[in-house]
Ligand binder design. Structure first.
Ligand code: GDP
Length: 591
């Protein structure tokens, strides 16, 4: 034992044996032996809890204290506002609050069924029929402790919240069907939860099915770095059947355990802030919004600003529709009295007066305008600047490829590039075209989208423009690695960007002796230019991309055709045109 007293060491709630050995600079074998003499059998890859770790490190002369949990940050590197507020509270005023849980998972794996099954366990309400109200969130009690569930299945709401920096949930329950296993949206949900640094536990659903295969699912989860606890990992995997209402109690108990391992606190007497869960206009009642209080206590008559909506709260009711006068941290309430419909994910706060509310709203409207004009895009070009400014140490990427066979080499090449000073983190990788969900994930994670031998859907491109997401499509691996390598070194040439200058709709197709098949179009937007490039879409499929072969207005060859006019467009070496196709005309610009 050290003569200078014990050496201090901070330890997390659980730690893998290998990491613990490294932390105290001892050999893992030695540590495993020490654990054994204390009656704990653990392999190098298994985790031990804080108490166990504290006992063994004491034998090496260390005094363990619980690690101060680093503030949870959004991927923008910002701590969500409400967490910052709580961090600013006098710690002696912080009280435990109910955990807020969101359920994510692949479509049809049973999110809605599970939320229904949990809702029906609500014996605490003591009312026949339980909860009939649907306000986007509800609470149940387990062992006398309330748990709040966000009743907005699918990760759209969760992503929206994250994109706005609100981050409503403390725990993610990932539903995986035991007969289907880990699927694309399961991986997407894992990526979301990890990026938001929210603890994940797994509800292994449909365990009643004859073809349920829990071991296979556990294997797949382990491959996603969610090693089940009964396999020595840290992820709680709870078998349930939402349909037969089995395992629901275990799930709720599991949630409480995870909650106990996470500091879930707020100051009920502090500044009132929270997140808008959902909002709508009712013909007779006006705007009705569901608010989740995250700090402080919301009371009837409070003046609230939510996004760019504001108002004095006229009525509050709980998730059962019962009028209440006030609501504390982690409680969802339905409120009336707001001037406008706020967006899901908007933060709300209580202010002193209506006048103050108006000033804040006016400022926000101005700020939103300014932001829309200069939406900060994480592009490869910006990356080096950010690195130099010390803002980025890691490049987040989302990768979509045509087939698994190309996804694997793409990821391994990218990982190789990330071995230098700036790391590369592939947040999510999947096969298939780039869709809106991918762009949303990229936006909320400040990631760059890489497409390999795939297209970006039109809706995804539009969203990417709006959200400022950089989509990069490649067909040759070395082109991709070259680009990223250059970006990492700050040598990337200005990218040549496509600037859309006009759109047209194909109304009919005809054959001209001179030009072959020609699209008879009406220009719906901007203009078509003879020397510009065009893309022809059929639905979301890109059917032609390249130069224009001819552009005619009535009988004349023309250089351009403006919005509202009709024209004939021929394509070089392409004749499979159909009426209803959409034409996009663009020029290439260096940024
Ligand atoms: P969601 O898309 O994830 O919300 O999935 P749903 O809750 O809508 O469930 C999809 C389908 O799976 C429905 O037909 C449910 O009845 C069924 N289902 C959900 N949970 C279970 C379960 O535990 N066992 C069985 N056999 N079917 C289930």
């Amino acid at each position: 034992m050290s003569t200078n007293g014990n050496k201090k060491i901070e330890l997390p709630v659980s730690i893998v044996v290998r990491d613990l050995a490294q932390k105290i600079e001892k050999s893992p074998i030695d540590l495993i032996k020490k654990l054994m003499t204390n009656g704990v059998m653990a392999t190098i890859n298994q985790s031990v809890d804080f108490d166990t770790a504290a006992i063994v490190v004491a034998e090496y002369g260390f005094e363990a204290t619980p690690e101060v949990v680093e503030e949870i940050k959004t991927e923008t590197g910002e701590v969500p506002l409400w967490r910052r507020m709580i961090a600013g509270e006098d710690s002696s005023q912080l009280k435990l609050r109910p955990p807020v849980v969101t359920i994510l998972g692949h479509v049809d794996h049973g999110k809605t069924s599970l939320l229904d099954a949990i809702r029906q366990t609500d014996v605490a309400s003591g009312e026949a029929g339980g909860i009939t109200q649907h306000i986007g969130a509800y609470q149940v009690e387990k062992k006398g402790r309330p748990i709040t569930f966000l009743d907005t299945p699918g990760h759209a709401a969760f992503t929206q919240m994250r994109a706005r920096g609100a981050q409503g949930a403390d725990i993610v329950v990932l539903v995986v069907a035991a007969d289907d296993g880990v699927m694309p949206q399961t991986r997407e949900a894992i990526a979301h939860a990890k990026a938001a640094r929210v603890p994940i536990m797994v509800a292994l659903n449909k365990i009643d099915k004859a073809n349920a295969n829990p071991d296979r699912v556990k294997q797949q989860l382990a491959e996603q770095e969610l090693v089940p606890d009964d396999w020595g990992g840290n992820t709680m995997v709870i078998p349930v059947s939402a349909k037969q209402k089995q395992g629901i109690d275990d799930l709720l108990e599991g949630i409480l355990l995870v909650a106990d391992n996470t500091e879930i606190k707020a100051n009920p007497n502090g500044k009132v802030i929270g997140t808008v869960i959902e909002a709508e206009v009712d013909k007779t009642k006006g705007v009705i919004a569901t608010l989740l209080i995250q700090n402080g206590t919301l009371e009837m008559g409070d003046v609230v600003v939510a996004g760019i909506a504001h108002g004095k709260l006229r009525a509050l009711s709980d998730y059962k529709g019962k009028p209440v006068k006030k609501a504390g941290p982690s409680t969802p309430v339905s409120v009336m009295g707001l001037s406008d419909v706020p967006s899901a994910g908007d933060l709300f706060e209580v202010v002193d007066s209506d006048k103050e509310a108006r000033v804040i709203v006016a400022e926000r409207v101005e700020a939103a305008k300014a932001q829309a004009q200069s939406k900060k895009k994480v592009s490869l070009e910006d990356l080096f600047a950010n690195v130099q400014a010390g803002e980025a140490k890691e490049l987040n990427l989302i990768v979509k490829a045509d087939v698994q066979g190309s996804l694997d080499p793409v990821i391994s090449e990218l990982n190789k590039l990330g071995e230098g000073e700036i790391g590369i983190k592939v947040i999510y990788a999947e096969t298939g075209n780039i869709g809106e969900n991918d762009v949303m994930l990229a936006s909320s994670s400040k990631a760059i989208m890489i497409g390999f031998n795939v297209q970006a859907e039109v809706s995804a491109r539009r969203l990417a423009d709006k959200e400022g997401v950089d989509i990069r499509l490649y067909e040759i691996i070395y082109r991709m690695t070259e680009d990223i390598e250059k970006a990492l070194k700050g040598m990337l040439e200005p990218e040549v960007k496509e600037k859309v200058i006009g759109r047209a709709q194909v109304l009919q197709v005809f054959t001209a002796s001179k030009f072959g098949r020609v699209a008879g179009c009406r220009v719906t937007d901007g203009e078509l230019r003879r020397n510009a490039k065009v893309k022809l879409y059929r639905g979301t499929d890109l059917v032609y991309e390249g130069d224009m072969g001819s552009l005619r207005h009535e009988k004349d060859d023309v250089k351009e055709v403006k919005q509202g006019y009709e024209c004939g467009v021929g394509f070089k070496g392409f004749s499979d045109i159909q009426s209803g196709d959409q034409l996009i005309c663009y020029v290439l610009e260096k940024s």
